[in-house]
Design a protein. Structure first.
Length: 312
């Protein structure tokens, strides 16, 4: 049976799905053997793919689009819709975006993080230049959570699974990326993360990549339907209590890529325009539009979901 090497961040949420695939032998069911390659960081993830140490990683289509504009052949297939959000301390008196003026705002992911750029575009729609209104403090997601819980930060913009932990600890959600997009009149589901691989490799290894995508979506259905499954993977989530686990479960389930049209390619083009305007070349490189081939169209997400339901 052919082996497929999947690069996975050591503490990333992809591990939850990988665990389900292995325990339920979904890789074997779909004709391949999965090999998980643990990696230490997002940059290590992309380096491993580019260097041929792994066949597939989970990343975002902005990175894929940038690579294609530079002549590389990477492509993207939706993995999750789940996005981050802005959380505030209950004692901060922040009830709306304008209340953040002159406050320090923790931001995960750096100056060209997609959530931070979308927040800026969203704020501008409301007449607020958030980049100058607040003092952004860029830091790693776990450190931001620690600082907020200690009271050193009144608000943070963090990735969804860190936000789930904040909410369980009593922090209040102010606005999430889905609401930001809605405020920018982008109302279709947007796939933010996806399986990323080489188009040429996929042509030569069609059975492997199709097998992985089928196994991935079968695992999503199991995690969508089964409460017991979440009890099994609870140690992997590092949830310290049931409230945190419930929030993580809800966030993951909300992120399953239902309702995408053409795998989200058209709506991603609209989001690209916003991100390119806000982030410039530091984010999108030489790309001026969504490149042909950025979204892998050989399979359709809705077809995968239907096929998995029929399989039961």
């Amino acid at each position: 049976m052919d082996q497929l090497r999947v690069g996975v961040l050591q503490f990333g949420t992809v591990n939850w799905e990988m665990d389900v695939i292995l325990r339920h032998q979904l890789d074997s069911e779909y004709g391949f053997a999965i090999k998980i390659v643990p990696l230490s960081s997002k940059s290590a993830n992309s380096i491993a793919l580019q260097g041929g140490a792994v066949d597939v990683i989970v990343s975002d289509w902005i990175w894929v689009n940038r690579q294609r504009a530079a002549g590389k052949d990477y492509t993207f297939f939706p993995y999750s819709l789940t996005v981050g959000g802005l959380y505030v301390r209950p004692d901060s008196a922040v009830q709306q975006l304008s209340d953040l003026k002159n406050l320090k705002l923790g931001v995960a992911g750096g100056p060209v993080d997609k959530s931070w750029l979308l927040l800026q575009a969203f704020g501008r729609k409301q007449g607020l230049d958030i980049a100058t209104a607040v003092e952004p403090a860029f830091a790693a997601p776990p450190l931001l959570n620690q600082l907020m819980l200690k009271g050193d930060l009144p608000a943070v913009l963090n990735f969804w699974h860190y936000g789930a932990r904040l909410e369980a600890a009593g922090m209040l959600p102010l606005v999430d990326v889905r609401s930001m997009l809605d405020g920018l009149e982008i109302r279709e589901p947007v796939p933010m993360l996806g399986w990323v691989f080489s188009s040429e490799w996929a042509e030569k290894n069609r059975q492997l990549i199709v097998g992985l995508l089928k196994a991935s979506y079968a695992a999503k259905r199991i995690l969508h339907e089964s409460e017991e499954e979440w009890e099994t993977i609870a140690p992997l989530t590092k949830a310290k209590d049931s409230a945190t686990l419930d929030n993580l479960k809800r966030g993951y389930r909300e992120g399953i890529p239902y309702g995408l049209k053409k795998n989200g390619m058209k709506v991603a083009s609209k989001v690209f325009e916003v991100l390119a305007r806000e982030g410039g070349k530091k984010l999108v490189g030489e790309a001026t539009l969504l490149q042909a081939g950025t979204f892998w169209q050989v399979l359709d997400t809705e077809e995968l979901i239907k096929n998995d339901v029929a399989r039961q």
